[in-house]
Design a protein around this ligand. Structure first.
Ligand code: 6PG
Length: 506
C-alpha cells in the first residue's frame, strides 16, 4: 500500500477496533489506523506483522493529518472510541483535515439522539455521518458482525461494499449462520447481515433496541437456570446439558449455546463450577436502560425489557439483599418430585420461548413507535434478517420473524403472526405453571412474569382501564370515552364530592 491509497481508516484500537480492522484487511481492504496513544497503535501494527496474514494492508499513523491524507476520497473513517464525549472530541479533531463528502462512521454504542445531532452538525459542514450499530462482540467484529448503519443513502452507497463484505453471512433460505472464517480466510457468499436501516440516528436506535432485547433474553435464560437449580435441585452441569439440548430446537441461539458452555465450565481456582463462584451482581453499560427509558417516553409497553433492567439493578445491591434475606420471610421451596421433573423442565422451556417471543414483540412495537416519532420508515423484515447472524441475539427463530414480516410487512404485533400465535397457544399453559411455581416457592422470575402480564394484557379485549378513566375524571375532570359512543368523543361527569352519596338518576 502506498501512503495515499487506504480504502478506509479506523480510529480507536481497543478490542472492537482492532478486530474490525483485521476483518476489513482480510477482505482485501487497505486500512489506515490511528489511535490516541501511539504506542498502542505501534503495538497493534507489530502484532499484525507477526501473526496476521493480511498485515500488509494495515498501516499505522502517528498523526491525524497523515492518517486522513492517506485515505482515498471520499474518505471513510470509522470511529470505534468510547461512546459519548470521546466521539465528539475525535470528530472535532478530525474536522480540520476533512473535505466535502468525506464520511465519518460511528461504530460505537452511541445514544441515537447524539447521532441525530452529530449527523445534522456535520451535514452543515458537508461531511457525511453514518451511525452504525455493530453487534457481535470481539469475535463478531473479527469474523462477521451484524451491522445496522444509518445516514444518507449516498453515504451508505459508498460504505456498502465494505460493510457488506465484512458482516456475518447467513444461508439466505434457512437463515443459519455460515460457519468458518479464520485469519486471512474470511467467509464469502451467503446473505450479508449489513443492511441500510434509515436516516440519521435510526441505526443506533435499532442497535439500542437490539441491546434491550439482549438484556431480557439473558434475564429469561438466567431465570430458567435459577428455577431448574432451586425447584429441581439440579447441578450446574446438569442444567448446562438441558441448555445444550434446547440449543438443538426452536430455542437454538448464541446465548443458549454460551449458557450451556458457561454452566459446564469448572473454575481453575476452586475446582467448583465457575458459575457458582461468580458474584451475583450484574453490570451494565446503559443501553438496556436507554431502551426501557425510551419505551416509557414513547408509551410503548416494553415491560419485559424494563424488567430485565430492574433485575440487574436489584442484583447489584448484593449487601442489602444479603441483609434482607435474614429479615424478610418467604415460603420454603417445595422440591418437585422426580416423576414431575421432565414435565417441569418442559414447562420452563415453554416459559422461556413464550417470554422470548414477547420480548421481540415488545422490541418491534417500540421500534414502530420510534419510527412514527422520528418520521423514519424502517423495514422490520430487513432488521430481523440482519439479526440472524453475527449479533449477540442471533437465534434460529429470527428466521421465523423474518418469515412473519415477509408474510405481512404491516404485522401489528409479532404474536399475531400465525406461527407465533400457535407457539404461544401451545406454550402458555406451561408458562403459567412455571410462574405459579416461582411465586408459591418465592423464587424471583420477573422476566417471565412481566412477559406473561404483557401477553395477558394484550389478549384482553377488556381491561380495568375503564375504572382508571373514571378515577381520572373524578379527581381531575380528565374526561373519558364511552363504550356506546364513537372513539374520540369525550365525556365528563360532575362527580359528587368524596364521601357524598351518588348522583341520583331519575
Ligand atoms: C453487542 C453487545 C454489546 C454490549 C455488550 C455489553 O451487540 O455486541 O450488545 O454492544 O455492549 O453486550 O452490554 P452491557 O454491559 O450493557 O451488558
Amino acid at each position: 500500500m502506498t501512503a495515499k491509497n487506504a480504502d478506509i481508516g479506523l480510529i480507536g484500537l481497543a478490542v472492537m477496533g482492532q478486530n474490525l480492522v483485521l476483518n476489513m484487511a482480510d477482505h482485501g481492504y487497505n486500512v489506515a489506523v490511528y489511535n490516541r496513544s501511539t504506542d498502542k497503535m505501534k503495538e497493534f501494527v507489530e502484532y499484525c506483522k507477526n501473526t496476521e496474514p493480511s498485515h500488509e494492508r494495515v498501516i499505522g499513523h502517528a498523526d491525524l493529518a497523515t492518517f486522513v491524507l492517506s485515505i482515498k476520497r471520499p474518505r471513510k473513517i470509522v470511529l470505534l472510541v468510547k461512546a459519548g464525549t470521546a466521539t465528539d472530541l475525535t470528530i472535532n479533531a478530525l474536522l480540520p483535515f476533512l473535505e466535502k463528502g468525506d464520511i465519518i462512521i460511528d461504530g460505537g454504542n452511541a445514544l441515537w439522539t447524539d447521532t441525530i445531532r452529530r449527523e445534522k452538525e456535520l451535514r452543515a459542514k458537508d461531511i457525511e455521518f453514518i451511525g452504525s450499530g455493530v453487534s457481535g462482540g470481539e469475535t463478531g467484529a473479527r469474523f462477521g458482525p451484524s451491522l445496522m448503519p444509518s445516514g444518507t443513502r449516498q453515504a451508505w452507497v459508498s460504505l456498502e461494499p465494505i460493510w457488506t463484505a465484512i458482516a456475518a453471512k447467513v444461508d439466505p433460505v434457512s437463515g443459519q449462520p455460515l460457519e468458518g472464517g479464520e485469519p486471512g480466510k474470511p467467509v464469502v457468499g451467503g446473505f450479508s447481515c449489513a443492511e441500510y436501516i434509515g436516516p440519521d440516528g435510526s441505526g443506533h436506535y435499532v442497535k439500542m433496541v437490539h441491546n434491550g432485547i439482549e438484556y431480557i433474553d439473558m434475564q429469561l435464560i438466567c431465570e430458567a437456570y435459577w428455577l431448574m437449580k432451586h425447584l429441581l435441585g439440579m447441578k450446574s452441569d446438569e442444567i448446562g446439558k438441558v441448555f445444550e439440548e434446547w440449543n438443538k430446537g426452536e430455542l437454538s441461539s448464541f446465548l443458549i449455546e454460551i449458557t450451556a458452555d458457561i454452566l459446564q465450565q469448572k473454575d481453575p481456582m476452586s475446582k467448583e463450577f465457575l458459575v457458582d463462584m461468580i458474584l451475583d451482581t450484574a453490570g451494565q453499560k446503559g443501553t438496556g436502560q436507554w431502551t426501557a427509558a425510551n419505551a416509557l417516553e414513547l408509551g410503548a409497553p416494553a415491560n419485559a425489557i424494563a424488567a430485565a433492567v430492574y433485575a440487574r439493578a436489584l442484583s447489584s445491591v448484593k449487601e442489602e439483599r444479603v441483609a434482607a434475606s435474614k429479615i424478610l420471610k418467604g415460603p420454603k421451596v417445595t422440591a418437585i418430585p422426580e416423576s414431575e421433573r421432565k414435565a417441569t423442565i418442559e414447562a420452563i422451556k415453554n416459559a422461556l420461548y413464550c417470554s422470548k417471543i414477547c420480548a421481540y414483540a415488545q422490541g418491534f412495537q417500540l421500534i414502530d413507535k420510534a419510527q412514527v416519532a422520528y418520521n423514519w420508515k424502517l423495514n422490520f423484515g430487513e432488521i430481523s434478517q440482519i439479526w440472524r447472524g453475527g449479533c449477540i441475539i442471533r437465534a434460529r427463530f429470527l428466521q421465523k420473524i423474518t418469515d412473519a414480516y415477509a408474510l405481512n410487512s404491516r404485522l401489528k404485533n409479532l404474536m399475531l403472526d400465525p406461527y407465533f400465535t400457535e407457539e404461544m397457544n401451545k406454550g402458555q399453559e406451561g408458562w403459567r405453571k412455571v410462574i405459579a411455581l416461582a411465586v408459591t416457592n418465592g423464587i424471583p422470575a420477573q422476566g417471565f412474569a412481566a412477559a406473561l402480564a404483557y401477553y395477558d394484557g394484550y389478549r384482553s379485549a377488556d381491561l380495568p382501564a375503564n375504572l382508571l378513566q373514571g378515577q381520572r375524571d373524578y379527581f381531575g375532570a380528565h374526561t373519558y370515552e364511552r363504550k356506546d359512543k364513537p372513539r374520540g368523543e369525550f365525556f365528563h361527569l360532575d362527580w359528587p364530592e368524596p364521601g357524598r352519596p351518588q348522583i341520583a338518576i331519575e
